[in-house]
Design a protein. Structure first.
Length: 178
């Protein structure tokens, strides 16, 4: 199945591949992922004084870019809710390559999430590398399949230029009735 990007995207699956240009003005760090003639181009600069690193990966190697993980979960909802593991290639401009990750449903950590929620753990697909990196814990509402909670390392660095863990709770206002 071909994947589209930009304004011609027509399905939830296509939204798993947004082009990204992330700039941290404090340090001068820049992370970019964009479509090119030969596939996907990753560009990375650690700070204002660093040289740019650029890599291109094949179209077929990449399943998820940055926030595209959210629609990817919804696309694979039935597999995750049945307890199946979903492996995917995730764009890492910092490393200049696609990183293989896996997502799977787990028992919810909090009592208020245990009912009517899908709790998902994301970690490295390679067993021998899992101990090196932290995992991500997500909670989705089963009613509307919206992300409610995130706990893990984010791609926004702290003031010292190091990765940092965050916990984020998401609240969605109810739509007014007419």
């Amino acid at each position: 199945m071909a994947k589209a990007t930009g304004s011609d995207a027509s399905s939830v699956a296509d939204d798993s591949l947004p082009e990204v240009n992330q700039k941290d003005f404090r340090l001068g760090e820049v992370r970019e992922v964009g479509r090119s003639e030969n596939g996907w181009t990753f560009r990375y600069r650690k700070n204002h004084d660093s040289q740019w690193r650029e890599t291109t990966v094949g179209i077929q190697d990449l399943d998820v870019i940055d926030a595209g993980f959210d629609p990817y979960v919804r696309e694979h909802w039935s597999q995750l809710s049945r307890g199946q593991e979903v492996a995917f290639g995730f764009a890492s401009p910092v490393h200049g390559r696609v990183i293989r990750l896996r997502a799977r449903s787990v028992s919810c950590q909090r009592a208020d999430h245990a009912r009517n929620h899908l709790c998902v753990k994301v970690d490295l697909a390679q067993p021998w590398l899992r101990w090196l990196a932290g995992d991500i814990y997500l909670v989705y509402s089963s009613d509307d399949r919206r992300l409610r909670y995130f706990d893990g390392v984010v791609n926004i660095l702290d003031a010292g230029g190091d990765s940092q863990p965050l916990q984020i709770e998401y609240f969605y206002p109810s739509k007014p009735t007419s």
